[in-house]
Design a protein around this ligand. Structure first.
Ligand code: 3H9
Length: 707
């Protein structure tokens, strides 16, 4: 036996322990070790049954995802595990799978090859492969419908969400919940079933249904996948594979699954989604802030400002079971803020996402106040007042006076300098940016902004806290717009230029939605409120370079009071349900303004050019940010765009996407745009350098973020 799989005996029960930390992935050596152990079970006359269990925190979390990255050819894969699973099912003695933690992907496939499955109450099982752009590749799509039924298997394989042990029991995926010691319970179960005929999952058919019964659920699964996971290929492939289980014998179904699995494995989508899986974990690793940096406990928090952002942030703390003070200047604004929070929670209760009891508990953790009296007790404050430096400075001076030593003083500013804010306090080392995205209680992204004086402990604390808050935190530097909004500027600028050059508003939005963006750039402006950018532009007008083209239409729309959804008119008109209606008046106005400004009109602007103009503008600015060190790695930028700006996960993020296109090609196109549209398209030196060296953004990394 190798050291990844141990074989021991508990009297007449063999115990096969998989020990491949941290998550017992099926790395090379693990399947071989299990196969050897099963052979021993067959050969040992004293052994009557076997238990397979995971060492450490979990059963098996699936195939080793790192191995997928090493595969380069189109040679069929996945076949390796199948013979092992057949040999387990063919074992002459009952094999009981004992599940704790997570039996995911190949882990659940392994478990389903056992004759029985028992699980700890807090265990979870699932086929999350679609989240990696894959489908189950070791007969998961064939065995799961035989155990759980076609409808449940369709859902689990195409959506990738795990189910709890209790639900798994209900659907027949597991046979018993074990209380107390899992191994003891599993061994006792194994003795109970010893001598009884053990059923092979692959030979079951009672839950497979008839063609007539399955047609509806399969079609509605496809419809759901197209709607809810627009643009993702793997969910549809997973449904095809489950369908094969319903109309083909097991072995043939496995062949269909393997073919689909291989197609997915070598797709750009899967490579992008695996990049996202590791990316979400990579952003937590900051080279100059080691893992053992001390962190402060955040037991109580406070939020200043009960507007949309402040209220959302207070909910984030309450959702993580952290009591939070919510402060507003006067009672009526406070009441309004609290009413909005209550309404948000109530709508979650209505939709069945929260129980009334949970809502009450969470509301109970939010303590409304109009004064700073209790601020001396909190470990962290997030300021979320109106975006103006004078006001922010006043708030921070107040916080400096009242908060206890060591309390973190965070600002939710999206545009102002952290260092200027920090300059008014006597303890700038505890000042940090925590830039939440709206709606704060929904969006996963949190930009953590490092000021010049921010201490490593404060950064480490915020990064760790973000996990508890259910956020993906990315450390960024203190430049204007930080990372996300700084890149969004050129992206939206190009969208507007395109309209001013003759593309319709709808054509620009449609091209980017078809590319995979959650929303088109012009619709996004309408949603956020066009007046927000308008006000900021007015404030920064003196920074504008004379003679450089700038968008004209959006300011004019604002001058007309067209602020977007909130005024029922912006780039589009909106009905009372906030549904967008194309507005020919906008087209006519923009044509007029463009003519006055002497902007040449083009007959036709292809969707591909619209995408290139907008997305390469993101990439070019991203390259500058990387070079200047305001983001540590390209993957950090990617995670910001996926979690805060609706960039399609199956394209991996803007920088990954550019690597996929090829930086030489991107650079050449940027140069063409420079020729056609002027200096705004000056290629970032880093883009040029990497393109010339046939390199990628993925290889580029800074040692520390520029503060
Ligand atoms: C599959 O199974 C295909 C099959 O059909 C078979 C085909 C033939 N491989 O997330 P954490 C690493 S596809 C390699 O921070 P948690 C992870 O990167 C697979 N590494 O912990 C991290 O490393 P680091 C289907 C893996 O407690 C460390 O382990 N399975 C794998 O928050 C700790 O992870 C999945 O998609 C892996 N499979 O969450 C499950 N899994 O410390 C993917 C984790 O260097 N995994 N690592 O950053 C998960 O969902 C979560 O990791 C899990 C634990 C819930 C298990």
């Amino acid at each position: 036996m190798n050291n990844l799989v141990q074989y021991t005996k508990d009297n007449d029960v063999a115990v096969i322990t998989i020990d491949n930390p941290p998550v017992n992935a099926l790395s090379p050596g693990v399947p071989e070790g299990i196969a050897e152990a099963i052979a021993k079970v067959n050969d040992d006359p004293d052994v009557k049954a076997a238990v397979v269990i995971g060492a450490g925190r979990t059963f098996v979390a699936g195939a080793d995802i790192r191995e997928f990255g090493k595969l380069t050819s189109g040679k069929p894969r996945g076949a390796g595990l199948l013979p092992l699973l057949l040999s387990i099912e063919d074992c002459k003695k009952p094999v009981v799978m004992a599940i704790h933690g997570t039996a995911f992907g190949g882990g659940l496939e392994l478990a389903m090859a056992g004759h029985y499955r028992v699980a700890a109450a807090d265990a979870q099982v699932g086929q999350p492969e679609v989240k990696l752009g894959l489908i189950p590749g070791a007969a998961g799509t064939q065995r799961l419908p035989r155990l759980a039924g076609v409808v449940k298997a369709l859902e689990m394989c195409s959506e990738g969400k795990p189910i709890s042990a209790a639900e798994a029991l209900k659907f027949g995926v597991i046979d018993r919940l074990v209380e107390g010691d899992l191994l003891k319970g599993a061994a006792a179960f194994a003795r109970e079933v010893t001598g009884k005929p053990a059923r092979k999952t692959r030979e079951r058919s009672e839950k497979l249904g008839t063609a007539g019964q399955n047609a509806g659920p399969i079609e509605s699964a496809r419809e759901n996948a197209r709607r809810k996971q627009r643009g993702f290929q793997a969910p549809l492939a997973a449904i095809d594979a489950v369908e094969a289980a319903t109309n083909l014998p097991f072995e043939e179904g496995c062949r269909v699954e393997r073919k689909l699995f291989d197609e997915c494995l070598f797709s750009d989508q899967s490579k992008a989604l695996i990049h996202v899986f590791f990316g979400e974990r990579a952003v937590a690793k900051i080279p100059d802030i080691p893992k053992d940096t001390p962190v402060f406990p955040i037991r109580r928090a406070a939020v200043v400002g009960a507007g949309t952002m402040g209220g959302g942030i207070a909910m984030v703390f309450a959702n993580a079971d952290i009591p939070v003070l919510l402060k507003e200047v006067d009672q009526s604004a406070l009441d309004q803020g609290v009413a909005k929070i209550r309404k948000n929670y109530a709508s979650s209760v209505e939709r069945g996402r929260l129980t009334q009891k949970e809502m009450d508990e969470r509301l109970g953790l939010i303590i409304p106040t109009t004064g700073y009296d209790k601020f001396g007790e909190v470990d962290m404050v997030v300021e979320a007042v109106f975006e103006g430096m004078v006001l922010k400075k006043q708030v921070f001076q107040e916080l400096d006076r009242i908060c206890k030593p060591g309390a973190i003083l965070a600002t939710n500013t999206s545009t102002l300098s952290i260092d200027t804010i920090a300059s008014v306090v006597a303890r700038p080392d505890v000042v940090i940016g925590t830039h939440f995205f709206s709606p704060a209680n929904v969006m996963r992204l949190l930009e953590i902004v490092r000021g010049k004086e921010t201490s490593k402990e404060v950064i480490a604390t915020c990064m760790q806290l973000s996990r508890k808050l259910g956020k993906i935190a990315v450390l960024v530097g203190n430049c204007r717009g930080f990372v996300g909004n700084r890149m969004f500027g050129p992206y939206r600028r190009e969208a507007q230029f395109l309209v001013e050059e003759g593309a319709s508003v709808e054509a620009v939005d449609r091209a980017l939605v078809e590319f995979g963006m959650a929303m088109g750039p012009l619709s996004t402006g309408d949603l956020a409120g066009l007046d927000v950018g308008w006000r900021i532009r007015k404030e920064y007008r003196d920074l504008e370079k004379p003679g450089v083209r700038k968008p004209i239409a959006e300011d004019r729309l604002c001058e007309m009071g067209r602020f977007g959804q909130k005024t029922q008119a912006g780039w589009y008109r909106y009905d009372e349900n906030r549904r967008a209606i194309p507005d020919p008046e906008v087209g006519a106005l923009v044509r007029k303004w463009s003519a006055e400004a002497g902007i040449a009109q083009r007959e036709q602007i292809a969707a591909a050019e619209i995408v290139e103009r907008c997305v390469y503008a993101l990439v070019n600015e991203g390259a500058r940010i990387l070079e200047e060190g305001y983001a540590l790695r390209a993957v950090d930028i990617d995670m910001i765009y996926l979690n805060g700006y609706g960039f399609p996960a199956y394209r991996g993020g803007p920088m990954w996407y550019a690597d996929t296109v090829g930086l030489k090609k991107v650079y050449e196109r940027v140069c063409e745009f420079r020729e056609a549209h002027g200096e705004l398209w000056e290629p970032a030196p880093l883009l040029k350098q990497l393109a010339v060296n046939h390199d990628t953004f993925a290889h580029f990394q800074k040692d520390a973020v520029t503060a």
